[in-house]
Design a protein around this ligand. Structure first.
Ligand SMILES: Cc1ncc(COP(=O)(O)O)c(C=O)c1O
Length: 409
């Protein structure tokens, strides 16, 4: 980055500082990961200069031979990776991808049945603060006391409300969704089925979790998170929805696609098609299980009864009398980054909830396995229990940095 260092030392220094923070920090935010150098290079490429409104072969501006070729590459690789009939790689990110789907298949006021926010659903699945909730009529399903989705209640709500769209997918639910049960209910009421696999796309690509794509009508995802691509979105769907989805994306919702980002998506999909990605996805599940067992042994109450994926939701307030915010701050002090998170029907506020969410995709990318995860669990417990003891926190922080240096990004 010699040009940047010379032309804009302020931005250059901030990039250097962020690089150091990432190298020396233990990243346990469930939605974060590290992309490869190849993905970064594609992101920083001259494709950022090009306007390409439209789709390959049907653009509004000239000069598209290479943008067409790179978008076709991304589409074909995405279809292969997820056995999809159709792929749209243009959504700028996960939230716009969801909005594009809603606008493609719903009219204002139509009913959508989605997962409750505090039970694991994402904001874009109908939280009242969102634009989509102002346009469409969202109703919610929840999990039971044992932690699994309450499919009986889901069926009752579906039969009563007859939603036009039924939405599966989550940001903090840690268990596997029973695709068949969900789809059977949707079939009974004639609802279109949508799956937002943003969190688990990499686990699906790496065949560690079952693929929803052949079964659901429309599937949205982010291309970052477990899929380990650039920050972006994607929509996969059955052929019958291809035209309405493409139209809803452009010109319906977005303008010109970010072609540098699409080039980087193509690179990430190639990586995910390779054999080492399967090993990576499998290792994520193993690491999450180790973390689950260790934290349980330290007396933490785990929501949803444990994990089937890459993340764990811990009720820190219920287990240790420490709020999510306090736990987040204590872990920040030792260089471990997680996020405070609501637990189902949390009596506390979103800014200081009862829980924390912990995920292992990023540390697994660094090559950490059972031994390191056990050590991390011990540090988490110790930092939370000794959150007011600066000496202990400083000591752990030094050890965290040491371990991170042994596993360079
Ligand atoms: C399930 C789910 N859908 C959508 C999104 C939104 O993605 P983005 O932040 O890229 O807009 C997220 C982000 O956390 C998510 O977890």
């Amino acid at each position: 980055m010699t040009k940047l260092a010379k032309n804009d030392p302020q931005v250059y220094k901030l990039i250097k500082k962020e690089t150091k923070r990432q190298q020396e920090g233990m990243e346990l935010i469930a939605s974060e990961n590290y992309v490869s150098k190849a993905v970064l290079e594609a992101l920083a490429s001259v494709f950022t200069n090009k306007y390409s409104e439209g789709y390959p072969g049907k653009r509004y501006y000239g000069g598209q031979p290479y943008t067409d070729a790179v978008e076709i590459l991304a589409i074909e690789r995405a279809k292969k990776l997820f056995s999809a009939e159709h792929a749209n790689v243009q959504p700028h990110s996960g939230a716009p991808a969801n909005m594009i789907v809603y606008s493609a298949v719903l009219k204002p006021g139509d009913k959508v049945l989605g997962m409750d926010f505090s039970h694991g659903g994402h904001l874009t699945h109908g939280h009242p603060v969102t634009l989509s909730a102002k346009i469409y009529n969202f109703i919610r399903y929840k999990t039971k006391a044992d932690g699994l989705i309450d499919y009986e209640e889901l069926e009752q709500i579906a039969l009563r409300e007859k939603p036009k769209l039924m939405l599966a997918g989550f940001s903090s639910y840690t268990r596997q969704i029973d695709y068949k049960k969900f789809l059977d209910i949707a079939k009974k009421v004639g609802a279109i089925t949508m799956f937002d696999m943003a969190h688990i796309a990499g686990l699906i690509a790496g065949k560690a979790l079952p693929n929803p794509i052949p079964h659901f009508d429309i599937v949205t995802t982010t291309t970052h998170k477990t899929l380990r691509g650039p920050r972006g979105g994607m929509i996969l769907c059955k052929k019958e929805f291809a035209q309405v989805i493409d139209k809803a994306c452009f010109p319906g919702f977005q303008g010109g696609p970010h072609m540098n980002n699409i080039a980087a998506k193509a690179v990430a999909f190639k990586e995910a098609l390779g054999p080492s990605f399967k090993v990576y996805a499998g290792q994520i599940l193993k690491n999450a299980k180790v973390l689950e067992n260790e934290l349980r042994n330290y007396g933490f109450k785990l929501m949803f009864g444990g994990t089937d994926n890459h993340m764990i939701l811990v009720d820190v307030f219920g287990s240790k009398g420490v709020t999510g915010k306090e736990a987040e701050t204590a872990l920040d002090e030792i260089g471990i980054t997680i996020n405070k998170n609501m637990i189902p029907d949390d009596p506390r506020s979103p800014m200081d909830p009862s829980g924390i969410r912990i995920g292992v995709p990023a540390i697994t990318t660094r090559g950490m396995k059972k031994k390191e995860v056990k050590q991390i669990a011990q540090w988490i417990n110790s930092a939370i229990e000794n959150r007011n003891n600066e000496i202990i926190l400083n000591k752990i922080h030094k050890e965290v940095i040491k371990m991170c240096k042994r596993f360079p990004i």
